[in-house]
Design a protein around this ligand. Structure first.
Ligand code: SF4
Length: 144
């Protein structure tokens, strides 16, 4: 079966900043057709769960208390790319709106719940390297 990288939280792993999962029901259909490789760039980048929220501001990622956590996000993104290269993965399904995994929307950096067009740090690096990234809202496109 073809391998797909998927945000671990979409499969139900409690990796998001609240210490919860973001299980999506279509993942069960995806599992029947693909070999899902679970990955959380923020955990792999060294961040704890639960954690304070983080948002992209310009070229940086800032934690809600003002700490610059860009290095953690870049580290997680590089590990995601390395894993894709190692396993020959060319497709990913990543959680929309996350500062790591968002593929068309991100929060605007003011921590007020406002979203703008944009992509997360991991999504951007994967796309720059030819990997197709879908959000959980586009899973149906991958189902045969
Ligand atoms: Fe889910 Fe991605 Fe956030 Fe990890 S970094 S909790 S995989 S959205």
């Amino acid at each position: 079966m073809k391998k797909i990288l998927i945000s671990a939280c979409l499969v139900g792993d409690k990796t998001n900043y609240k210490g919860e999962g973001n299980y999506h029901p279509l993942v069960d259909q995806l599992k029947l057709q693909y070999d899902l490789v679970l990955f959380c760039p923020e955990v792999e980048g060294g961040l704890k769960t639960p954690r304070l929220p983080n948002e992209i501001r310009g070229n940086q990622v800032i934690r809600k208390d003002g700490k610059n956590v860009t290095d953690n996000f870049v580290s997680g993104a590089k590990k995601a790319l390395a894993l894709c290269r190692y396993l020959g993965i060319d497709t990913a399904v990543l959680k929309e709106s996350s500062p790591s995994c968002g593929s068309s929307l991100i929060h605007d950096g003011r921590f007020i719940g406002h979203k703008i067009k944009g992509e997360g740090i991991t999504t951007r690096l994967l796309r720059e390297n030819g990997i197709k990234v879908y959000s959980e809202n586009e899973i149906e496109q991958l189902l045969k």
